[in-house]
Design a protein around this ligand. Sequence first.
Ligand code: THU
Length: 157
Amino acid sequence: MKTFDITIPVVEAGFDELTPQQQQLVTLARKATYRSYAPYSKFSVGAAILLSNGEIVTGSNQENAAYPSGLCAERTAAFYAHATYPEARFTSIAIAARGTDGNELPDPISPCGACRQALLEYEKLAGGPVEVMLAGKNRIMIFPSVSSTLPYCFSEF
Ligand code: THU
């Protein structure tokens, strides 16, 4: 028997430290929060995905009176991206959120397990890492890949 740690590399950055392309993706994720449909939670999430063909697809959480029928911003964006551009690879994703007071949260939120699993599928399809940027008002956390956000994950291929 042996014990070992699984470690995750993370970069913490300020908006000004990002590349122009990263800044654009974070800005679009922030803007997407305003297209959220969240009458129940009043928690607005936005996601922006950069594709290998240069397109950027955004999404926001879409809630439903039957709560489980709603969908997170990340999967809304990911499913639309792959349904629209099935030949394109995912390159990176930015995620931002505003709380019930309408303001961006000081610290980033982290995608739920189901979204990480869904994004992992597209990372596998891409054949390379999909950068994950979690944007808060005060700091941005950058993970080098989806798989790094889902250690010891299930994958069939
Ligand atoms: N939500 C997202 O869209 N993404 C996340 O990463 C976490 C949660 C949504 C689901 C629901 O509409 C609201 O935020 C509250 O959970």
